[in-house]
Every structure is written in C-alpha cells, then in structure tokens.
Design a protein around this ligand. Structure first.
Ligand SMILES: Nc1ncnc2c1ncn2[C@@H]1O[C@H](COP(=O)(O)OP(=O)(O)OP(=O)(O)O)[C@@H](O)[C@H]1O
Ligand SMILES: [Mg+2]
Length: 213
C-alpha cells in the first residue's frame, strides 16, 4: 500500500499541496483529476521524490520514503511518465526505454521484456531516434520507459493528452492490462471522461487539496 499522509509541498515558498491524504492499494488503478494548475504534477513529483515536502509523510508498505532520494523510489519499482515525455533526443528509442535499468546498473531484462510485451509497437521502433517519431509515438515510448521502472507503482501524468482518439483508446487498453499485474497505477487527467472504465478509485485535486471522488 502507498499512503500519502498530510503532505504539504511548497514551490518557490508558495504552498502548492495542502494537507494531502490519500491511499493506494496494490493491483488498483486510480485517477487524479484536476484542472490546470491544481497540483497533479506536483503530487506525482513529490511521490517520486523529485520535489521535497515541507511536512507530512509518504509511506510504501510501511517504509517511510518521505526523505528518501528519487533513486530509492526507482529501486523499489516506482515509475513515472512525465506529461512532457522528456525523451533523450540523441539516443535510440530502445536506449531511452532502457534508461531506468541503466540508472540502477541492472542487466536483468525481465522488466524490459514485460514493457515490450505490453507496448510491442515501441519495440518495433527500437532503433529510431525519438525526434523522428510523431508526438503520439513518443508518448508510447515514454509509457514503455515508465513501465520498465514502474513494476510496483506507476504514475502517469496526462498519458492521453494531445494524442489522437485512436491512440487514446490504445493507451487505455494498455493501462487496463497493466492494472492486472498487481501494480498500483495512478493516472492524472484534467478530465475524468478519459478515465472512464479503467479506474477503481478517483481522487479529485483542487487548488492543492485532495478529496476522494
Ligand atoms: N516551477 C514552478 N514555479 C512556480 N510555480 C509553480 C512551478 N511549478 C508549478 N507551480 C505552481 O504550482 C501549482 C500546481 O502546478 P502543477 O503543475 O502541479 O499543476 P497541474 O495540475 O499538473 O496542472 P496542468 O494540468 O497544467 O499540468 C500551479 O499553481 C503552478 O502555478
Ligand atoms: Mg501537470
């Protein structure tokens, strides 16, 4: 179980997350819905340990991760797909997908094989450079990279934003397969309609405050 307890995060001395409490159970998929600037990305970055909290706690299976660095999350199986993809432009698609393994010094291909089994279209693009792909294809590459890391907790920041309706459908199908793996999946979206049929639980975020939906 992943638990966020009374988490407060400031950016540039301004409060952004305010007393956030939420709980995520294994094998379940959750939505995090809120309009622009509500704090969705900030919460995901705090869970990943990229942003420090002012107070509150982040616990995973009883371990206190609040002060743990980002790489400790990676070692625990936390994966994150940022809203702006952040692919490395001058290395191949396959090398991008392998970044989480490289970061952990791991040569175990199990997670890579799992990611490619879920998104085989990315494996087919393996030797291309990401800059030569469409925005939608780049989104799938970022998803595959997040899957390589996120075998236990997978955070996806607006995964279907700006992609064609057909690809949105494909991404939703992939995510429904992921949820059967036993991982915790958290999907941030600005509109709950993109989550219909794939989430077990919903949190709503409004000006940095989270309520269950
Ligand atoms: N680098 C930053 N500097 C200053 N303020 C920031 C910064 N990043 C985020 N904020 C502020 O924090 C608040 C939450 O932003 P955040 O990016 O988490 O929202 P979001 O829900 O992800 O929005 P969006 O739907 O636009 O992605 C906003 O009010 C934003 O202005
Ligand atoms: Mg955001």
């Amino acid at each position: 179980m992943l638990a966020i307890e009374h988490l407060e995060v400031d950016i540039a001395d301004a409060p952004v997350l305010r007393a956030v409490d939420c709980v995520f159970d294994k094998g379940r998929t959750y939505g995090l819905v809120g309009r622009n600037g509500a704090g969705k990305t900030t919460l995901m970055r705090a869970i990943m340990g990229v942003l420090r909290s002012r107070s509150g706690a982040i616990r995973f299976d009883g371990a206190d991760l609040t002060a743990a660095p980002a790489h400790a999350r990676l070692a625990l199986g936390f994966g994150y797909m940022p809203e702006d993809r952040r692919l490395v432009p001058d290395i191949t698609v396959d090398d991008n997908v392998r970044i989480p393994l490289l970061a952990q010094g791991s040569s175990d291909a199990t997670h890579l094989d799992w990611a490619y089994s879920l998104v085989p279209e990315v494996k087919a693009l393996g030797q291309r450079l990401p800059t030569l792909l469409s925005g939608g294809q780049q989104k799938l590459v970022a998803l595959a990279r997040a899957l390589v890391a996120g075998t236990r907790v997978l955070l996806l920041d607006e995964p279907t934003e700006g992609v064609s309706p057909l690809l949105q459908q494909r991404i939703r199908h992939i995510l429904s397969e992921v949820s059967r793996s036993g991982a915790i999946v958290l999907i941030a979206e600005s509109n709950a309609k993109y989550l219909s049929g794939i989430t077990d639980g919903l949190y709503v975020i409004e000006r940095g405050k989270v309520t269950s939906g």
